[in-house]
Design a protein around this ligand. Structure first.
Ligand code: ADP
Ligand code: MG
Length: 408
């Protein structure tokens, strides 16, 4: 069965312990958290001003900490990542200068949020981060870190509380300090996700409509391929540029405004790669709105079919899947009771998301675990599907969105 992830209170307790160890016997005054997310459908559409349909997860990032008297900041992460130090110390500029990105690279998410916080200046502080969102797994550990940190800063010095502007500030932090030109989806759903609902987000108007996901006979299964992606690498920005290029050739502000008819009419002016990228985006935007409608009607088979079409398009047209993700999707689709499955997140690794009947969960997990994703010459820790997360939609495992958690 799926291994339970640590809950919010366990994460807070772990972060508090580290805080006391690192900073002496003082307990932190504040604890906040923000969720990761899984995107059900609508991939690589957010930066094309299209639609996305994510939901917040019970996997969360927590930040505990306290204000200090000066301008000094110390942040410690309890999450292991590569060889980077887990502690960073810096001073908040008093002369209005920028907080430059640097090393360790994870601290750039924190610095970016400080830079874009909407009610500066904030006082110095000490903080510890703990998270149950896998890093680089396509479940948006980065946005959950940004949003949790922003929430932490709101506790130190309140802003006006505008949630959409909070999401936008966190997105700007990721652009300017982490070097990832991401769309708004991750930060938006981390801030505005609602319990018992997916969120259909119009990434142009920034309006969102909650879509109920409350059928106890339904499960969403997230499976981590354990292939880590790197979104600050060249592939993500390249896709983004290709879309902008396609839109400009079509004479549109963004691919949101383009139809398949427009694309076909312009085909001889587009190279093959640009055509395929644009086709994915245009069709995926359409699929996403259809999927949201299907979900509202309880038409899960229809929803599942759209998920598989989305995956195939990401694999063949957008070329952001990988062998492990393809095999996970194929394996899931072999099981009776599975409606649909697809890669989720930016791609090049990370997780798949599968929609299935609750009664099929055990056999689906077992079937997926039979896969051996390691290639013979590959010693990296690629396989190990030991931690699938299953969310019984409508049952007690279903996602919750926590904004400010508590003062501890
Ligand atoms: P995803 O958001 O899909 O998990 P990203 O590549 O966008 O993947 O973000 C992952 C990066 O975010 C990590 O490499 C790290 O720099 C940062 N990060 C996320 N969560 C934490 C955390 N708890 N502690 C330290 N860094 C984190
Ligand atoms: Mg991310």
């Amino acid at each position: 069965m799926a291994a339970p992830s640590p809950g919010v209170s366990e994460l807070v307790a772990a972060a508090r312990r580290v805080y006391v160890q690192v900073f002496g016997d003082e307990a932190p005054q504040l604890a906040v958290c923000a969720p990761g997310r899984v995107n059900l459908i609508g991939e690589h559409t957010d930066y094309n001003q299209g639609f996305v349909l994510p939901m917040a997860l019970p996997l969360v990032t927590v930040v505990v900490g306290s204000q200090t008297s000066g301008q000094d900041v110390t942040v410690v992460t309890t999450t292991e990542d590569a060889d980077e130090p887990r502690r960073v110390d810096f001073s908040l500029p008093t002369d209005g200068s920028q907080l430059s990105p640097g090393l360790p690279s994870w601290a750039n998410y924190v610095k970016g949020v400080l830079q874009h916080y909407r009610a500066p200046p904030v006082p110095g502080f000490r903080a510890v981060i703990a998270s149950s969102v896998p890093l680089g797994g396509g479940l948006s550990s980065s946005a959950s870190l940004e949003v949790a940190f922003y929430t932490f800063l709101q506790q130190l010095k309140p802003d006006n509380g505008d949630k959409v502007l909070k999401a936008v500030a966190c997105q700007q932090a990721e652009h300017s300090h982490a070097g990832v030109p991401c769309g708004i989806m991750d930060q938006f759903v981390s801030v505005l996700g609602r319990e018992g609902h997916a969120l259909l987000i119009d990434c142009r108007s920034l309006e969102a409509s909650p879509v109920p996901l409350a059928d106890p006979g339904l499960v969403i299964l997230i499976t981590n391929s354990n292939v880590k992606h790197s979104l600050s690498g060249s592939e993500y920005p390249t896709r983004r540029r290709q879309c902008e290029h396609a839109a400009s050739i079509l004479g549109k502000d963004s691919l949101r405004d383009a139809t398949m008819k427009d694309l076909e009419e312009a085909r001889d002016r587009l190279d093959d790669v640009t055509y395929r990228r644009a086709r994915h985006v245009i069709e995926e935007i359409e699929r996403t709105t259809c999927a949201a409608e299907a979900l509202k009607r309880g038409a899960f088979k229809e929803f599942g079919k759209l998920m598989v079409e989305s995956h195939n398009s990401l694999r063949d047209l957008y070329e952001v899947s990988c062998r492990e993700l393809d095999e996970l999707v194929s394996a899931a689709m072999e099981v009776e009771g599975v409606y649909g499955s697809r890669m989720t997140g930016g791609g090049f690794g990370g997780c798949t998301v599968t929609l299935l009947q609750a009664q099929a969960i055990d056999r689906t997990i077992l079937h997926i675990q039979m896969l051996n994703l390691n290639s013979p010459d590959d010693n990296s820790n690629r396989n190990s599907l030991q931690d699938p997360v299953s969310l019984n939609v409508g049952g007690e495992l279903y996602t919750t969105t926590l904004d400010t958690l508590t003062r501890c």
